[in-house]
Design a protein around this ligand. Structure first.
Ligand SMILES: NC(=O)c1ccc[n+]([C@@H]2O[C@H](COP(=O)([O-])OP(=O)(O)OC[C@H]3O[C@@H](n4cnc5c(N)ncnc54)[C@H](O)[C@@H]3O)[C@@H](O)[C@H]2O)c1
Length: 435
């Protein structure tokens, strides 16, 4: 394929060489004459393992060149990759001036192009940017999006220092698009790489890089806070994290990575508090670990606000314990929500087949007696009756028996805190806590 790459920095230079090595003809565009000269002299524009050799080989094979002539690059390519910088502004916002300058240049060049052109943004951009870039190109070129040109988001996941290795071994290839033909054409560039190609909508692709990098920063900071606590106790933190990483079921796994309700139960809140107190007693600052409770509290407040938007209604709660399949009410976020809503005068009914008040004992019973002493008057034995008698159904646990029941509800609002079932998302009377 004939490809043009806008921006010959880290991402652009590596893509230029690696795409050419995979059999494509690639023309690089940059505003910096020194970088153009370097490529045309067979030299890399960056210091990075293996890139020098690849650029030298591909230049002498005639597979790559560089220019500042946008019209030449656009007319000579079917796909343009944008890899210009997207730095932070002084106030922390994304500075998109380089992206929009390239959009403007491409828009002008497209005025004289009659064949379909694809623009793939490889730079890290905020959700909604592709739509803005497409609008800019439409305005300047007079061409129509998805008729004359298409735009896709194709975030780059390489790390400096191992960029060529990462290019050929990405964790995955991500393409965000509203145009299946363009998405497929961009996917073709990466078919020979040993990674899954995921094609999704534009905004999902655009936000992914921010989620990934924030999580990477979170991992490093979590490891450091654990390390600092361990060091004070004379425990080898590397041994601790090595064992931590061996648990592929709960620790290094998709488990717990489902946006939804706050955590609760008898263990997580207690042991989190324990570690926070241990760090405090050791005079070790752990702001990350300490902020976890606050995030959980915000999630409970979010749930209360969502329900309270529909004030003065009868509320039917499906599930009361902290998760499905248990009668443990200790630190159940649903108990906190119900307590708050009762305080605001809401009319509440609850169904939870696992809760049998007569069977509750020990700390579980003490907990609920102190929070909702008249719980028995709110419990309903029949879920169908509960649904029938309320205006809003609130799903709090992923109890399988709720699925059929909730699917049949069309005449009242369903508020879901646990993403009970994907199929519910198509219902008009359905709202998720954060989806
Ligand atoms: N560096 C990385 O490891 C890495 C990894 C993944 C993603 N990213 C993202 O990729 C993007 C590029 O990062 P980078 O580190 O390669 O940037 P960079 O600053 O090294 O390179 C950007 C290049 O774009 C050129 N440029 C600026 N305006 C131009 C224009 N109008 N036309 C053509 N060229 C223009 C600059 O001269 C420069 O050579 C950023 O959004 C970054 O966040 C970077």
């Amino acid at each position: 394929m004939n490809i043009s790459i806008f921006g010959l920095g880290y991402v652009g230079c590596v893509s230029l060489g690696c795409l050419a090595k995979n059999g494509h003809y690639v023309i690089g565009v940059d505003t910096n004459p020194a970088k153009i000269n370097q490529i045309n002299s067979g030299k890399a524009t960056i210091i990075e393992k293996e890139v020098d050799t690849i650029i030298a080989e591909q230049r002498s094979a005639g597979h790559i060149s560089a220019t500042d002539n946008v019209a030449e690059a656009i007319s000579g390519s079917d796909i343009s990759i944008i890899a210009v910088g997207t730095p932070s502004s002084e106030k922390g916002h994304l500075n998109l001036q380089f992206i929009f300058k390239v959009a403007e240049n491409i828009g002008v060049a497209l005025r004289n192009k009659s064949s379909f052109h694809i623009i793939a943004i490889r730079s890290t951009i905020m959700p909604g940017t592709c739509d803005k870039v497409a609008a800019e190109i439409e305005k300047i070129s007079g061409k129509k999006r998805n008729v004359d040109f298409a735009i896709v988001d194709n975030p780059e996941f390489l790390r400096e220092g191992t960029a060529v290795h990462d290019y050929y071994n990405p964790p995955l290839t991500l393409i965000g698009s509203d145009n299946p033909v363009a998405a497929e054409k961009v996917a073709e560039l990466y078919r020979q790489l040993p990674a899954e190609i995921i094609i999704t909508d534009l905004k999902t692709a655009e936000i992914m890089k921010y989620i990934n990098n924030t999580y990477h920063a979170l991992k490093i900071s979590f490891g450091n806070e654990v390390g600092n606590i361990c060091a004070e106790l004379g425990i080898d933190s590397h041994k601790v994290m090595e064992i931590f990483c061996k648990d592929k079921q709960l620790n290094i796994s998709p488990y717990y990575f489902k946006p939804g309700f706050a955590f609760g139960g008898s263990c997580l809140p207690k042991d989190l508090k324990g570690l926070q107190t241990l760090a405090h007693d050791l005079y070790v600052e752990v702001p990350l670990i300490e902020s976890i409770n606050r995030t959980n509290e915000i999630q409970i407040q979010r749930a209360i606000k969502l329900i309270f938007k529909y004030n003065n209604k009868r509320l039917g709660f499906l599930g009361l314990s902290f998760k499905a399949g248990t009668d443990d009410l200790r630190n159940s976020p649903t108990v906190s929500i119900i307590e708050a809503l009762l305080g605001k005068g809401c009319n509440i009914g609850i169904y939870d087949k696992n809760i049998n008040l007569a069977m509750l004992t020990g700390t579980n019973k003490d907990y609920i007696d102190s929070r909702i002493p008249h719980l028995s008057s709110l419990l309903v034995n029949d879920p169908v009756k509960l649904v029938h008698d309320c205006d809003i159904v609130v799903i709090n646990t992923k109890e399988p028996e709720f699925r059929d029941l909730v699917h049949g509800i069309d005449d009242k609002l369903i508020i879901d805190f646990v993403r009970l079932d994907e199929a519910l998302l198509t219902k008009n009377n359905y709202i998720g806590i954060n989806w």
